[in-house]
Design a protein around this ligand. Structure first.
Ligand code: GLU
Length: 496
């Protein structure tokens, strides 16, 4: 049987980094096994529906480069792929469970339930609709069949609850946690269906996974408490369950608790792939999709070979369910920046240049040849494509200000005359790296001074600060005329 996996978000907001990782692991397994990656939108909870969230999820997966093989907008033969369009499917299954005595109608009003909650709270207990309490409630287990039939005929509102077996110890296999053991006495009679025709998450999720022939359910750890119920639903329907894998949490940078949107705001990093109502995403902050996926792949999964920097094909090849860890994985934005930098270095110059220039209109006027030359000089230092213009803008325009700290330390009384004499000498060189190096070294040698005495002020004059590539390559890149101009400007503006 070929592998079929699904990513099943509820459109209640933007895709969070954890959701993107869940989608990625599903995608990697599907692609490795030549299977299908399905996107199913779980939108049965209309109260939590957020306009635009589904489109956002689809756009985020497309940007990340992990598009689904089957989805609402690209259906396969298991559609529809939005649960709100599948409402006619679920009634039959809920009726089957009722007929077999595995589920029952419950007519308790909201007030009745509230009363029970309050009663329990008086003794500091917690009310649970379960095998201990259900025989005291108003449902088709306690009412006679005529009353039930009458209520249904009158259109009384009801829910259908799963009749949880009493005192059974279940041991369920999870691909990440191995055996998960639970006693059914700790589980309540979950609502499966409501009289308005809406299934709940549990019913719709299990029925759809079955009908869509899903072989592996890979989802976040927060769904682990639902595993026993889902497992029992498969059993109740007489269906083979899929394999289950519950992924570890993504933790805050300090390792304490689950990563939240607020951690991103506090730490100055995104938690969404793309911008969402004014909050910037990874894309807008200059992260490229492949390094982001690479970072996420290793956030909870470890590669058997110690290779860290992987492109998508390499991730597909290396991925394995048994490499997924149980413990939460700490979000480390520095590591993400490192991945971005590593991947930029692996890109070919033309492709990287395209990224650098997009969003920097001022660079569009610079010749491609010139841009590539500059790029090559600082490629290893770029963390984000925009850095070429923001961090290394001195390639394309002369500095307008000089770093005061650097000036204070490196610009001495003798600096102007040294720079002038050096430039007089350098005028007659060919302005190629090696010739410039020879010239500067010869100059400081003849003066019997250290190299830094000229090199540091020279860099300040050309760059405005002490950063940048080697001074020789920078001078060769800028050319004689520009270098002379920048030095003259520095000499007139910097007072030692
Ligand atoms: N709709 C659930 C969610 O929002 C899906 C959980 C699952 O994958 O079973 O995450």
């Amino acid at each position: 049987m070929s592998v079929r996996v699904r990513f099943a978000p509820s459109p209640t907001g933007p895709l969070h980094i954890g959701g993107l990782r869940t989608a990625l692991y599903n995608y990697l397994l599907a692609k490795q096994k030549g299977g299908a990656f399905v996107l199913r939108i779980e939108d049965t909870d209309q109260n939590r529906y957020v306009e635009g969230a589904e489109e956002y999820i689809q756009q985020a997966l497309a940007w990340a480069g992990i598009p689904p093989d089957e989805s609402p907008t690209h259906p396969g033969k298991f559609g529809p792929y939005r649960q709100s369009e599948r409402l006619s499917v679920y009634g039959k299954y809920v009726n089957q469970l009722i007929e077999q005595g595995k589920a029952y109608y419950a007519f308790d009003s909201a007030e009745d339930l509230e009363k029970e909650r309050q009663k329990a709270a008086e003794t500091n207990a917690h009310f649970s609709y379960d095998c201990q309490t259900r025989m005291t409630m108003r449902n088709s287990l306690t009412l006679d069949s005529e009353t039930v039939a009458k209520l249904l005929e009158e259109g009384a509102s009801y829910v259908v609850r799963f009749k949880m077996e009493a005192d059974r110890t279940l041991t369920i296999h999870d691909e990440v946690r191995q055996n998960v053991t639970v006693n059914t006495n700790t589980l309540d009679d979950k609502v499966l269906f409501k009289s308005d025709g809406m299934p709940t998450y549990h019913l719709a999720n299990v029925v759809d996974d079955h009908l869509m022939e899903i072989t592996d359910v890979i989802r976040g750890e927060e769904w682990l408490p639902s595993l026993p119920l889902h497992f029992l639903l498969y059993e109740a329907f007489g269906w083979n369950p899929p394999k289950f894998a519950h992924l570890p949490l993504i933790l805050k940078p300090n390792g304490k608790g689950k990563l939240s949107k607020r951690d991103g705001e506090a730490g100055g990093f995104p938690v969404y792939p793309l911008e969402w109502s004014g909050i910037k995403g990874f894309k807008e902050d200059g992260y490229l999709p492949v390094p982001l996926l690479n970072f996420l792949a290793l956030l909870g999964w470890s590669n058997k070979s110690d290779e860290e920097v992987l492109d998508l094909q390499e991730m597909i090849k290396a991925f394995s369910m048994d490499g997924i860890q149980k413990a939460g994985a700490r979000f480390d934005v520095e590591k993400l920046r490192w991945f971005n930098q590593q991947h930029l270095q692996k890109m070919n110059d033309e492709a990287l240049l395209k990224e650098c220039v997009s969003g920097a209109p001022e660079l569009q006027e610079v010749s491609k040849e010139h841009l590539i030359k500059a790029l090559v000089l600082v490629k290893e230092r770029l963390i984000f494509p925009a850095d070429l213009n923001t961090e290394h803008g001195y390639f394309f325009s002369a500095p307008t200000a000089y770093d005061e700290k650097a000036v204070g330390k490196q610009w001495k009384e003798e600096t102007p005359s040294l720079l002038e004499s050096f430039m007089a000498l350098a005028q007659s060189t060919s302005f190629e790296e090696s010739a410039l190096e020879e010239c500067l070294k010869g100059f400081v040698g003849s003066k019997e001074i250290g190299l830094g005495k000229v090199m540091a002020p020279l860099r300040i004059a050309l760059v405005g600060s002490l950063k940048g590539p080697s001074v020789y390559s920078l001078m060769a890149f800028l050319g004689k005329e520009e270098v002379v101009q920048r030095i003259n400007r520095a000499l007139s503006q910097i007072k030692s």
